[in-house]
Design a protein. Structure first.
Length: 129
């Protein structure tokens, strides 16, 4: 199609140009968001699938070790023996379930990688002074 009106050509050209910039900006913005989402993923999954038992303990499940930092009283009693087994062993426990903890904390919708992200979030919290 040939457009004779030069104003129109000019306008549509600059609109396309703007669209291009906006697309670029959107991609940039989304990339930033997904990076933030990745960093927060473990924390979100922990809150959704693990905190119910590990934040304060559940009356029906008294032996869920409470998530705390390594300087908190009671930390060693809860975690030393478990941490000593190593991260891989802990991950196996969470993926397969252990004692009163169902596999993946009972959230079958979690992928193995998401479960691992939640475990790593817990380990990072523990390591805070
Ligand atoms: C229904 C309650 C419940 C939920 C939900 C739950 N846990 Fe547990 N968790 C437990 C209990 C109980 C234990 C202690 C198991 C034992 O040693 O008999 C445990 C133990 C653990 C351990 C130590 C494992 C070991 O080998 O000693 C880790 C790490 C852990 N949970 C991480 C998680 C993560 C990560 C999630 C979320 C994906 C989660 N838990 C969700 C109840 C729960």
């Amino acid at each position: 199609m040939i457009i004779f009106n030069s104003n129109h050509i000019c306008l549509s050209y600059s609109l396309n140009f703007l669209r291009g910039i906006l697309k670029g900006l959107a991609a940039f913005y989304l990339a930033g968001l997904s990076m933030t989402a990745h960093a927060d993923e473990g924390s979100d999954i922990y809150k959704k699938a693990c905190a119910v038992c590990h934040a304060a303990g559940v009356p029906g499940i008294p032996d869920a070790p409470k998530l705390s930092t390594r300087t908190d009283p009671g930390f060693g009693e809860n975690w030393n023996r478990r941490l000593f087994a190593g991260r891989e062993a802990l991950l196996r426990s969470v993926l397969d379930g252990k004692g009163a903890m169902p596999p993946k904390g009972g959230d079958a919708s979690l992928s193995d990688r998401q479960t691992e992200a939640a475990l790593d979030y817990m380990l990072m919290q523990m390591d805070k002074p």
